[in-house]
Design a protein around this ligand. Structure first.
Ligand code: FBP
Length: 281
């Protein structure tokens, strides 16, 4: 396992232990203009300190800070320290998302050599997909670990089930485009809704039961909500490694050119056939 993920796993008990006291909001906004929770800021600082201490890490970027932190030579790590952190108040699942890019940031998903996530659910688990520089994500393998005590315990390969069962799409229905809403009306007849408001938890449903997760472009925000470098590309890498597909509506999320560190993108990941239907809209 890449030492970035060993370090993330080792930080998990500390992150978990620090959550109960950090449910309040701060007066600060992150680079995307969202109010930060004390937990967002704290998890970001903890991961920055531990990941930039690694010899193999040359840069650290996070959804919670404006610029890339220079740490010398090595891979670039892009982190969403607490994905779905608004779930902390209601005590619902959240995640940490990590992309390891063999390229300076901003970089497109073709620069990813590994990506993964921690899911703070009833059990704390971590899924890691690892490949090789210059190789497609479909050549990578995805593995799930239990990381309760900070030591990853392999619990098996992650493979997207062939029969799709669940779907979850973000955003308010009145903000969806007509075409997208019509598509969702079809999907509602075919699959079962599973949406919890934390991308990692919702994607985990898809990886477990098969189906599709998406956060579409909205009428007044065609670029959608989720960030390419911190959320879209890493999760696409994991899902493609697990045998699924991804798209921004036109092409794999791994092929979307990255021009800005905090750029947003529509995100769809999961079953091939459903991803193709999104692309045909
Ligand atoms: P944060 O990274 O700021 O938590 O936002 C991302 C996110 O919470 C995703 O995890 C989730 O898919 C989406 O926003 C939920 O958005 P909405 O509340 O609009 O459904």
């Amino acid at each position: 396992m890449h030492e970035v993920f060993e370090t993330v796993a080792a930080a998990v008990p500390d992150i978990r232990a620090g959550l109960p006291g950090r449910r309040r909001k701060t007066d600060e906004e992150n680079a995307s203009g969202e109010t930060q929770l004390a937990a967002d800021v704290w998890a970001d600082e903890l991961l920055e300190e531990r990941l930039t201490a690694l010899d193999s890490v040359g840069a650290y970027a996070s959804e919670e800070r404006d610029d890339v932190v220079d740490a010398g030579d090595g891979v670039s790590v892009a982190v969403d320290p607490l994905d779905g952190s608004s779930n902390l108040k209601s005590n619902n699942p959240m995640g940490t998302v990590v992309g390891v890019y063999d390229a300076p940031l901003p970089a497109s998903g073709t620069g990813l050599v590994a990506a993964g996530f921690v899911l703070y659910g009833p059990i704390t688990t971590m899924v890691v997909a690892e490949g090789a520089a210059g190789r497609p994500a479909s050549d990578a393998t995805a593995t799930e670990y239990v990381v309760e005590d900070g030591t990853p315990r392999d619990v098996g390969a992650v493979e997207l089930p062939e029969d799709p069962t669940v779907y979850g799409f973000g955003g308010r229905v009145p903000d969806w485009t007509d075409d997208f809403e019509a598509f969702v009306r079809e999907v509602e007849d075919e699959l079962k809704l599973r949406y919890g408001g934390a991308m990692i938890a919702d994607v985990s449903q898809v990886l477990t039961y098969g189906g599709i997760f998406g956060y579409p472009g909205l009428r007044d925000r065609p670029e959608g909500k989720l960030r390419l470098l911190f959320e879209g590309a890493p999760i696409a890498y994991v899902v493609e490694a697990a045998g699924g597909a991804s798209t921004d509506g036109e092409r794999s999320l791994l092929d979307v050119p990255a021009t800005r560190l905090h750029q947003r993108t529509p995100v769809f990941v999961g079953d091939d056939a459903y991803v193709e239907r999104v692309e045909s809209l």
